[in-house]
Design a protein around this ligand. Structure first.
Ligand SMILES: C[S@@+](CC[C@H](N)C(=O)[O-])C[C@H]1O[C@@H](n2cnc3c(N)ncnc32)[C@H](O)[C@@H]1O
Length: 353
């Protein structure tokens, strides 16, 4: 999933850093989870994962990928809708995807507020989705809620289907990477008819835990072998950049404002996006949490300077710094490599006293 700060390409480096410390099992905490990619990876490596994020759509991904072990059976739902005849062999999940793809569109909140057709009589005309895809997102979102309310799906299945929708939507959004603004002309990706993407399921037996909350408040509650923290590194808050995914996730018809149709995000602001608060927040985590090893992922261009970070972390134990050269996409680059910028991703490894 395209998400600022997604660590998908750095997972092996993070794991290498952990292996170098001879840690191969235990409790892995990912309290700035975002896409949940880091937690998924460490879950596959046999760790028990505890994760959290301020964003509700991240919580949905964590529920589906971290807390849920394996592919749900969807027994009741499949009895109701039957297996798909579109493929030679359809798993339950594929059959549900086909069913959702075939739903008739509904003129709901997304269509009415984030499509050109739905907003044409409003002060702000918005082009985040085509009318067809906007209606389709509403139809899928409402159907998943209806199945949950009618007890045709379990809570686990509910979060898996929501995660599938959340991960599919960015492939059809008329944006350059984030939802702070839409493109004036339709990008070819936005013109394709929305289909629900396949998902990878992660098995296992462990009792993983996930939260939707402020890490600063949760941090003292548990004991971790590895406390991995990957906070924002500049002053751009995440909630406004992903506001439409948040609204699809919550589907709570919020009051929205301005050209982009932004929901209120007062309770989702991060201390790490503020130069004056970031170091204090880091110190609070390092001093309050109970961990053997703390790993901070940061960036050479971040608002906390390297020496300041080292100064804070060294109060709590021995610190090692690893630099990883990395090409990061710029949000308007469409993935073209000439627009990728070489930056240094940093891993600070603190072993507590
Ligand atoms: C750099 S991203 C994490 C990316 C993630 N590691 C991944 O691979 O997708 C930072 C995340 O921290 C979350 N966040 C920021 N401050 C937070 C806080 N105080 N508590 C919980 N989550 C926070 C943001 O919502 C965002 O999802």
């Amino acid at each position: 999933m395209r998400f600022i700060g997604n660590k998908e390409k750095l997972l092996d480096d993070i794991y290498q850093a952990v292996s170098d410390k001879n840690i191969s099992k235990g409790v892995f905490c990912d309290f700035f989870a975002g896409t949940s990619n880091v937690g998924r990876y460490f879950k596959q490596k046999g760790f028990r994962v505890i994760s959290s994020d301020l964003l509700y759509f991240s919580y949905i991904l964590q529920k589906a990928y971290i807390m849920n072990n394996g592919e749900p059976k969807f027994t009741k739902l499949i009895k109701e809708i039957g297996h798909s005849k579109k493929r030679f062999f359809s798993s339950s999940f594929d059959s549900i995807r086909d069913h959702l793809d075939d739903l008739n569109g509904v003129e709901g909140f997304i269509y009415k507020n984030y499509t050109e057709e739905g907003t044409r009589d409003n002060t702000h005309v918005r082009k985040y989705f085509t009318a067809e895809n906007g209606k389709h997102i509403d139809a899928v979102r409402q159907k998943i809620e209806e199945w949950k309310n009618n007890k045709i799906i379990t809570t686990k299945e509910y979060f898996v289907l929501l995660a599938a929708l959340i991960e599919s939507v960015p492939f059809y959004s008329n944006i350059s990477g984030v939802y702070g603004a839409f493109l004036k002309q339709y990008d070819p990706r936005a013109l394709k008819k929305l289909k629900i993407k396949p998902m990878q399921f992660y098995g296992g037996e462990k009792d993983h835990k996930v939260y939707n909350g402020d890490s600063m408040k949760l941090i003292g509650k548990e004991r971790f072998d590895i406390l991995y923290i990957d906070p924002p590194y500049n002053n751009r808050q995440y909630a406004p950049n992903y506001h439409i995914l948040e609204t699809i996730a919550k589907y709570d018809s919020p009051e929205i404002k301005g050209v982009s149709g932004m929901r209120n995000y007062e309770n989702q602001k991060s201390d790490f996006c503020n130069k004056n608060n970031a170091l204090l927040a880091l110190e609070k985590i390092a001093s309050t949490a109970k961990y053997k090893h703390l790993i901070l992922s940061y960036n050479s261009e971040g608002i906390m300077a390297k020496d300041d970070i080292l100064g804070v972390l060294k109060k709590f134990g021995e610190v090692e710094l690893k630099n990883i050269n990395y090409r990061r996409f710029k949000s308007n680059s469409n993935g073209k490599s000439k627009d990728k910028k070489l930056i240094q991703e940093q891993l600070y490894l603190l072993t507590s006293k």
